[in-house]
Design a protein around this ligand. Structure first.
Ligand code: F6R
Ligand code: MG
Ligand code: MG
Length: 383
């Protein structure tokens, strides 16, 4: 068998009820399409899942990353789910189908995509994470902890295969540029960027010895940057391979025991804690949230998907859920004030500028303040 590609592709094509979940009929439609895809020989295997109002497809095949037939298949599946959503008058039917027609690649057309083309190992465990009510940069902190932080990942200290560290590829979503940072040597350089997750996102992680075959991949599309206006949030997906010289499953899950603050809650305009939860509980409710993350564990068997196992549903994450709810109470009390509400620059991609535009005439220039200082006196005190 040659290389196998794992394609994790997600889209919000209709919510049940509001933006809280996906209707079972949409999942049934996607499952029947996936069965056809396997039957026709296009796919080796495929599983359908959901996190909040997003349908996710985990597909395996031999056609590589960015394969037109696989992307077309996902596009057609989401279009079929959209028709189900329309029939049931579900909310926001077809929301993430931004283009009028499929044009060769689903990236940039609305749905989120993370793909890995790999040489399947004798045993190939990996996790697909999906999140709702947040954005791709939400993966920065967990990926940093998994691949760069020895307080999270014991293997960075103990396992000779991991001791040398990893290389992380970062994308600048505003300027369409990418850079690779080798860690731990360039940790501080990496952190200059990934601490701004609205703009810089970790796209791939590599073994240092192999820049060809990534061991983790994320979806990085930001719909507002594509559409130039607010069109819903870019709930992200990612794939992380595990074990045998890579972080253990427990090291990959460990960062999610800390519900870090992410952007995207309510109207894509608020910060909230990323709450780990079981797939069956990934239904945003309170204030359309709090943001959720699920972890679906798989083993590959000759390209077939054995799984998923619902990893973040475990009781070991109960306390993280509790902490997330406490943070929720705290953050909500800030209401429309920053930093509960996103900063002004980020609100550009919401509907708030339309409100501000109506109020623009209300603002009158201030009288210039007469300066009490002689010219040139306003110098820096340290000069
Ligand atoms: C957040 C989200 C929801 C909606 C909110 C308003 O990512 O999807 O919080 O923004 O429910 O939705 P509309 O404007 O569609 O009524
Ligand atoms: Mg939605
Ligand atoms: Mg969503």
């Amino acid at each position: 068998m040659g290389k196998v590609t794992i394609s994790a592709i997600k889209a919000d094509v209709g919510g049940y009820v509001g933006h809280s979940a996906v209707h079972p009929d949409m999942l049934a439609e996607a499952e029947s399409r996936v069965r056809e895809g396997i039957g026709s020989g296009l796919l080796i295997d495929g599983k359908v899942g959901a996190c909040g109002d997003d349908v996710n497809l985990v597909l395996t095949h031999e056609l590589g990353v960015d394969a037109e037939p696989v992307h077309r298949f996902a596009w057609d599946t989401f279009a079929a789910c959209t028709r189900v959503a329309e029939r049931l008058h579900l909310y926001g039917a077809g929301q993430d189908i931004l283009a009028d027609a499929f044009s060769g690649n689903i990236r940039g057309a609305g749905p989120g995509v993370a793909e890995l083309e790999i040489e399947e190992r004798p045993s190939e465990p990996f996790v697909v994470f999906a999140a709702d009510k947040t954005e791709p940069g939400a993966w920065n902190l967990p990926l940093y902890k998994i691949f760069c932080d020895p307080f999270n990942t014991a293997g960075l200290v103990i396992d000779p295969k991991m001791h040398g560290g990893f290389a992380l590829e970062v994308h600048d979503l505003f300027e369409s540029k990418s850079a690779i940072f080798e860690c731990p040597e360039e940790l501080y350089d990496l952190l200059v960027y990934i601490g701004t997750p609205s703009r810089f996102v970790i796209k791939h992680v590599f073994r240092k010895s192999d820049r060809e075959e990534p061991i983790a991949a994320t979806s990085t599309s930001r719909l507002s940057l594509i559409a130039g206006r607010y069109v819903g949030k870019d709930d992200p997906i990612m794939i992380v391979r595990s074990q045998s010289g890579l972080p253990a499953i427990g090291e990959i899950l460990e960062p999610f025991a800390f519900p870090h603050l992410v952007a995207g809650w309510m109207r894509g305009s608020h910060h909230g804690p990323l709450m780990p939860c079981a797939v069956a509980e990934s239904h945003p409710s309170r204030f359309d949230g709090p943001p959720r993350v699920v972890g679906m564990g798989f083993q590959l068997a000759d390209g077939k998907l054995v799984g998923p196992r619902d990893l973040l549903g475990d009781i070991a994450f109960d306390r993280a859920r509790q902490i997330a709810l406490e943070i929720t109470d705290y953050m909500r009390r800030m209401g429309p004030f920053e930093p509960e509400r996103l900063p002004m620059e980020e609100m550009e991609y919401t509907t708030m500028p339309q409100v501000a535009e109506k109020l623009a005439g209300r603002w009158q220039p201030l009288e210039p303040i007469p300066s009490a200082l002689p010219a040139g006196a306003a110098r820096s005190a340290v000069e």
